[in-house]
Write a protein that binds this ligand. Structure first.
Ligand SMILES: O=C(O)CCC(=O)C(=O)O
Ligand SMILES: [Fe+2]
Length: 374
């Protein structure tokens, strides 16, 4: 975006508030100001009781979710019902895409051709911490990515036919490799995306309960939701270095950031690498737990909950000689939905801090802030 463009209030806020949240959390960690002796452990929540017909069983899971979201905003879930072969199949497909598709074919799918950041990203196209763009001391990121968004054909419900893109346009913004180039790619994405989208809708009902709202409060906002999927590849480390919170890494997979949407459902291959800022603002490793997904609160939900739920600051540093693959799924409400602070998150001590916001407008601006091209 040219510097002469007048930003809307939402665009301004999307850029500035997010950056200052991140900068403040990172600075706290550097000074050790908020550090305590309490070791932080990542909660592991078995959500299988949430599929029970018993409301009290569902509420018991929601209470665990609330405890995690008001603390670090980060937890693992098991008992989610998505078969292991579906999870492994997409990780295998990610490897095939990144390792076998020739560079010129990847270039043809480059995200720079898409106003919605869909397609392939080379390692330097985006800096997920906009503060790192052009900064002398910022290490180059090593990741590669492939991004796609919601399509009614990927939605097991078929959707309501009302999907709009981040900017409100009625288009399908996805770019896919051809079947000849990566056989089975779209079908594999679909086999994974469908159940994960349904899991996201299920989790949103638990989030509603956890926020003392009607269990179906969010349902009508999830009929053609934002569901931004990503395949990620992190090459093996050239010089593996152990995590030392006092030392600035020279090589980084993905810079420090918080996600933009409501929450993220993340699948990781076995190679570790994800690190999160604990509530004490110290970097801690968040290795994959077999069979689980990672769930983390993202900025739109933090804002919507008036800061009650915490968006997790995280980064990826591959400290091993193994390649790492991951599949984040960033879940949002319908992009054309405008929301106001959730009523259950407003109290006399915590009056509403934010004006109404349209989901797509906020998220698109966060994406645009990650590259110098827009
Ligand atoms: O690869 C991962 O484990 C995390 C990816 C991530 O944080 C992101 O794409 O926002
Ligand atoms: Fe992230």
């Amino acid at each position: 975006m040219a510097t002469t463009t007048a930003y809307t209030a939402t665009q301004n806020e999307a850029r500035q508030a997010a950056q200052s949240y991140l900068d403040q959390r990172l600075a706290n960690g550097l000074t050790g100001r908020t550090s305590t002796a309490q070791p932080f452990t990542i909660p592991l929540i078995d959500i299988s009781p949430s599929f029970s017909p018993s409301l009290s069983a569902r509420k018991a899971v929601a209470l665990q979710i609330r405890a995690a979201c008001t603390n670090s905003g980060f937890f693992h879930i098991t008992g989610h019902g998505i078969p292991e072969e579906v999870r492994q199949e997409i990780l295998t497909m990610a490897k095939r895409f990144f390792k076998t598709l020739p560079l010129e074919k990847k270039q043809a799918l480059h995200a720079r051709h898409s106003p919605y950041f869909r397609g392939w990203e080379d390692s330097e196209y985006t800096y997920v911490n906009p503060g790192d763009i052009g900064a002398d001391d910022a290490p180059a990121e090593t990741k590669e990515g492939f991004n796609w968004g919601y399509e009614a054909g990927l939605d097991p419900t078929g959707g309501d036919g009302q999907y709009v893109e981040l900017d409100g346009k009625v288009v399908n913004g996805n770019q896919w490799p051809s079947e000849d180039d990566v056989p089975g790619f779209y079908e594999t994405i679909k086999r994974y995306y469908g159940p994960v989208l349904e899991l996201a809708r299920h989790l949103s009902r638990l989030f509603a309960l956890s926020l003392e709202l009607d269990e179906h409060y969010f349902d009508e906002m999830l009929t053609h939701p934002g569901g931004f999927g990503r395949l990620m590849y992190y090459p093996a480390a050239k010089n593996p270095q152990p995590l030392d919170p006092e030392v600035k890494d020279k090589e980084i997979g993905l810079g420090a950031h918080s996600d933009y949407d409501c929450f993220t459902i993340l699948l990781c291959s076995a190679a570790p690498g994800l690190e999160i800022l604990s509530p004490e603002d110290r970097w801690v490793p968040a290795p994959a737990v077999e069979g689980s997904f990672i769930i983390n609160v993202a900025d739109f939900l933090m804002r919507w909950t008036n800061g009650v739920y915490k968006s997790t600051v995280h980064r990826v540093v591959n400290r091993t000689r193994d390649e790492r693959y991951s599949v984040p799924f960033f879940f949002s409400i319908n992009y054309d939905q405008t929301v106001e602070t959730l009523p259950s998150c407003i109290t006399p001590d915590n009056p509403s801090r934010y004006p109404p916001v349209k989901a797509g407008e906020y998220i698109l601006e966060r994406l645009r802030a990650t590259t110098k091209d827009t």
